[in-house]
Design a protein around this ligand. Structure first.
Ligand code: HAM
Length: 418
């Protein structure tokens, strides 16, 4: 028997309802902020990610699913930002739209060791605002993410922010850190020894206890930031205060992707265990020009849907009118039931019936499993009387309705109970 590959999930119909609820809320919140949807391919040239995320990024070094075809190498996208920036440039959106605000949902792929909250195929909900360096935009984007989490019914998360500064500041931070860490190099874990040479900033978010102790004593302030970046960060914080976003500034928040500059942020949830980030993002003011586009400031974030679902029971909005389930018993009734189903669906009423020849009791159980709000029963008695029995599943109340009036009465009834 075949099994799904490790680190992937089947989202079965019951769970898919929870996904739909998250997706519905996502679309509603993004449209409030005037974001429009973008869909980019699942495969891209592998070098797009090498250039964007950086050769030393863990994703590029260890986690890309690569596909070699003749002399080309493609990658299953490990994240959405690089592809969207590629699309922004390739489709000349800088010329036709200038500043854009886009959101996306969809699968991402990383060849990681699977564990709770860490999959090989997982899903992002994310957004990118491209074409502005304004600090108020950073505040708006972080507040949007904050409001999204609240709309999903998630509480008890922590919002951490930091500024990495411009490319020059990042370099100063990198050099300063190297100098401070050099005397302690032999006390760092094996991974951090490699990070020291390749991407020393990552030492700051190492999870090893010894490294955490060493890093705590380094006293990293905002000193590496130039005046302009300090001013930018101050305005971001002011903006967040005025939008009433709860946050803490963490100098240890650095993020693992090369493209980040200035503001970075992360949403942490205690119930998630070691993979504790619900989502994260930041500015990437140089990526558009580095990939061949114009100079355009940009910022965005992505949330991991599987992780959101671990900490919320966000319920599907009651589907507009609720399902109507028809139970018809006997040949004659089945014919009448099929006709009624046709009429209901034509009138835009979500409806279904039992296709398994169950008894009344069995079919009622099935209606209950399907979360039907209304059941219509057609048995021998009903056929004789020319009626249908309507049962309200919430109250248990039943009443008979004349067959010829069913559509109008049902529509009025559904409106009443919504
Ligand atoms: P990221 O931090 O790599 O950022 O991913 C964002 C979120 O995706 C994480 O916080 C986590 O919730 C989820 N995630 C990441 N890897 C996995 C995994 N293996 N299994 C399950 N969930 C996972 C980015 O990808 C950036 N593109 C975000 C961004 C957009 N920055 C600017 N714009």
């Amino acid at each position: 028997m075949f099994k799904r590959t490790p680190g992937t999930k089947d989202i079965l119909p019951e769970e898919a309802l929870r996904w739909q609820a998250i997706e519905e809320t996502t679309r509603a919140v993004f449209s409030l902020y005037n974001y429009r949807e973008i869909r980019t391919p699942l495969i891209e040239e592998a070098s797009l990610f090498n250039r964007s995320l950086g050769e030393s990024a863990e994703i590029v070094q260890k986690q890309m699913f690569l596909i070699k075809k003749e002399d080309e190498t493609f990658a299953l996208r490990p994240e959405g930002t690089a592809g969207i920036v590629r699309a922004y440039i390739e489709n000349n959106l800088d010329k036709t739209s200038g500043f854009i605000k886009v959101y996306y949902t969809g699968p991402m792929f990383r060849a990681e060791r699977p564990q709770k909250g860490r999959l090989r195929q997982f899903h992002h909900i994310g957004c990118e605002a491209i074409g502005s360096e304004a600090p108020y935009l950073d505040a708006e984007v972080i507040s949007l993410a904050d409001n999204l989490l609240k709309a999903y019914g998630i509480r008890d998360y922590e919002t951490k922010i930091n500024s990495l500064g411009c490319a020059k500041d990042k370099k100063a931070l990198t050099e300063g850190l190297r100098a401070k860490l050099e005397p302690k190099l032999d006390q760092l874990c094996a991974d951090c020894k490699t990070r020291y040479n390749q991407n020393v900033l990552r030492v700051l978010d190492c999870k090893n206890e010894h490294c955490i102790e060493i890093v705590k004593k380094l006293e990293i302030g905002e000193n590496y930031l130039c005046d302009e970046c300090k001013g930018h960060f101050a305005k971001v914080k002011e903006g967040l205060d005025s939008l009433k976003v709860n946050y803490t500034v963490s100098p240890y928040l650095v993020r693992g992707l090369d493209y980040y500059t200035r503001t970075v942020f992360e949403f942490i949830h205690g119930a998630l265990g070691s993979q504790n980030a619900l989502g994260a993002g930041g500015r990437y003011d140089n990526l558009v020009s580095e990939l061949g586009g114009p100079k355009a400031g940009a910022i965005g974030f992505a949330m991991g849907v599987e992780r959101l679902l671990l900490v919320t029971n966000h319920k599907p909005q009651v589907t507009s009118k609720g399902l109507v389930y028809i139970i018809s018993l006997g040949d004659e009734a089945k014919k009448a039931g099929a006709k009624l189903l046709y009429l209901l669906r034509e009138a835009g009423v979500a409806s279904d019936t039992d296709h398994e020849d169950r008894s009344l009791k069995g079919a009622m159980r099935r209606a209950n499993d399907m979360a039907a709000k209304t059941v219509l029963i057609i048995g021998e008695d009903e056929i004789k009387k020319g009626v249908v029995t309507l049962k309200d599943m919430a109250s248990g109340e039943q009443k008979e309705i004349k067959r010829e009036n069913i559509l109008e009465e049902l529509k009025a009834y559904i409106k009443l109970t919504c």
